[in-house]
Design a protein around this ligand. Structure first.
Ligand SMILES: Cc1cc2nc3c(=O)[nH]c(=O)nc-3n(C[C@H](O)[C@H](O)[C@H](O)COP(=O)(O)O)c2cc1C
Length: 267
């Protein structure tokens, strides 16, 4: 589908009117991989909001949906640097200017089948907008990996959502689409986090409550914290520590009685 998009169409606002030319509309494709359909929900939401074309990446040999089996195969492929063979795409990726590229995080980076797409070269020189779902990890490392793997692509702001927070996915996606000029609307300007300092007892309680919902965070301690006030409540950026390893843990406490929740852990 052809899209007219603020950021994606150069409006030439500073040129005299006679010289103003609108660039051709950009073609946008949502290309995603998903085993248990979480990333699929996000892909379909992006497709609905943008009217873009959409395609699911499919491997010739489908991955098992059983978690342990999936871990076993994907670990072996990761260690052996195996690129799984893909079924041919229905869409010709070369025809598109902007590719929303969606994936579940596997071992903190994009899932193995995405590596096959990258290696094929079809994303070279494109605008690639990553999006992902995960258990707890933030999107950051996968975006760094993507930038290294696709040095000729433009990779603008992106978004990751935890699978247990899919009710918050539409708002997170809308924010990115507005920033990209793909959706009407105005985003709240968010302040920087305040400087990191030792957490108060209340902040430590917020940290402990937020991570208590996720067993893999057991034993993680809050070391320091910065915060910012938003229209919804307070966002915290904690530095946490477990087994000598430090990580950034992003937590939101909305106004009212709702429990705090963590949105991402960047290790
Ligand atoms: C092989 C494998 C590795 C995973 N690695 C991570 C990880 O490093 N960090 C994380 O937060 N979640 C991890 N997860 C959880 C998935 O990212 C999460 O469940 C995702 O939402 C699944 O997306 P899907 O339903 O679209 O397949 C992993 C899951 C699998 C199966």
């Amino acid at each position: 589908m052809m899209l007219m998009a603020g950021l994606l169409v150069t409006a030439c606002a500073s040129k005299p009117k006679a010289e103003q030319t609108e660039e051709p509309a950009k073609k946008v494709l949502v290309l995603y991989y998903s085993v248990t359909n979480t990333t699929k929900q996000m892909a379909e939401y992006i497709q609905q909001k943008t009217g873009a074309d959409i395609e699911a990446i499919q491997t010739v040999d489908a991955y098992p949906t059983d978690y342990n089996e999936l871990i076993k195969r994907s670990s072996a492929e990761r260690e052996g640097n195996v690129l799984p063979e893909l079924k041919p795409f229905a869409h010709n990726v070369a025809d598109y200017d902007v590719i929303f590229f969606g994936y579940p995080l596997w071992f903190a980076t994009y899932a193995q089948p995405l590596k096959t797409v990258i290696a094929s070269g079809v994303l070279n020189g494109k605008t690639v907008v990553p999006f992902c779902t995960s258990g707890s990890s933030g999107i950051k490392q996968s975006v760094n990996d993507l930038k290294n793997a696709l040095p000729t692509a433009q990779i603008p702001e992106c978004v990751g959502v935890r699978s247990s927070l899919m009710d918050k996915m539409p708002a997170a996606v809308d924010r990115v689409l507005i920033n990209l000029g793909l959706m009407e609307g105005k985003n709240e300007v968010l302040a920087d986090y305040s400087a990191q300092q030792a957490p108060t007892a209340d902040e430590t309680a917020i940290f402990d409550a937020a991570i208590s919902t996720y067993s893999m965070m057991n034993g993680t301690k809050a070391v320091s914290v910065g915060s910012r006030t938003t229209s919804k409540g307070t966002d915290y950026k904690f530095v946490g520590e477990a087994n000598g390893a430090k990580m950034d843990v992003y937590i939101t406490k909305e106004n009212g009685d709702a429990a705090p929740y963590f949105t991402a852990v960047d290790r």
